[in-house]
Write a new protein. Structure first.
Length: 303
């Protein structure tokens, strides 16, 4: 894959993107953190930002790196390729649960899973995800394929010794039951945590990580704030899920890794913790899950 191909966006937002401009940068954090889940392959906003500019803006405000996440074969390959060359990115690769029924219907699910398995062996691919269950967009007829894909992703993560990022929408009980029945990977992350205090306590008991996005700042998200307040600090991560879930007060504008400081500051206030202490905790947690951003880069000869 050429540098030009890596710099180009693969797609726009599913709703066609937004005409709004990217917001100004927030105040920099006192200690650098990481964006645990982002989608830099998606173009958004009136003037889309290249992956390189996203990372430059992020570094300027104390966001040292990010996990670039795939949701199908194309974006997973792209994520692995760009992470191999870019020291500020690691990759996660998977088939989104809403992809599974379509792949099953076309009899290509096993072939796609084989690609994810192969990509997960690369040194800069540090997670399998986002995978899981989504009962919001997929009806009963597609659930069998989702379960099959989820269990296959769990197996891939465990065999390669990498973390797993879970997409869980309207399926808390089923996700937990699957993890218990099959056996969760050692480092399991509920990406864009969407449960409440009960799920948070259950995750904490199991040693699973919970990653909070900008929606924890939304007025109607008290359940997320309750969860944030009861979790052990060592099991909490932060993410953007960019270009989605732009934090308050910037809802309606495009989201990006450089806006992580808004969510981090809000989380520190909710926890009643000094900002520098909270940043250091989040950074340590993230490195514990994914390892060092400095390891496994491709050499010049490999690029």
């Amino acid at each position: 894959m050429s540098e030009a191909e890596l710099a180009a966006h693969l797609r726009t937002r599913g709703d066609g993107g937004r005409a709004a401009e990217y917001p100004p940068a927030p105040e920099a954090l006192p200690v650098a953190v990481y964006d645990n889940h982002t989608h830099l392959e998606i173009a958004d906003g009136a003037l889309p930002i290249s992956p390189a500019e996203h990372l430059e803006r992020a570094a300027a405000v104390g966001v040292a790196g990010a996990v670039q996440v795939g949701t199908d074969v194309a974006t997973s390959r792209w994520s692995a390729e760009i992470a191999a060359r870019e020291p500020r990115l690691l990759a996660a690769v998977a088939l989104h649960p809403n992809e599974a029924p379509e792949l099953e219907a076309s009899r290509t699910l096993d072939t796609a899973l084989a690609v994810i398995d192969e990509l997960a062996a690369q040194p800069r691919v540090r997670a399998v995800g986002e995978t899981g269950l989504d009962f919001f967009r997929t009806g009963d007829e597609g659930r069998g394929a989702q379960f099959r894909a989820f269990e296959a992703h769990i197996d891939i993560a465990k065999r390669h010794g990498v973390a797993m990022q879970i997409h869980d929408r309207d399926a808390h009980d089923e996700v937990v039951e699957t993890l218990r029945r099959v056996g969760a990977p050692e480092r399991t992350v509920f990406h864009c945590f969407s449960g409440g205090e009960e799920l948070a306590r259950l995750a904490a008991d199991a040693g699973w990580y919970c990653s909070f996005a900008g929606n924890v700042t939304f007025k109607n998200a008290e359940n997320l704030r309750e969860a944030l307040r009861v979790l052990p600090p060592e099991l909490i991560l932060v993410e953007t899920d960019a270009p989605y879930l732009t934090p308050t007060p910037l809802r309606g504008r495009p989201n990006a890794p450089y806006l992580v400081p808004l969510t981090v500051r809000f989380m520190a206030e909710q926890r009643g913790v000094a900002l520098d202490e909270w940043c250091a905790q989040l950074a340590a947690n993230t490195e514990r899950v994914y390892g060092s951003w400095n390891d496994g880069l491709a050499t010049e000869a490999q690029r």
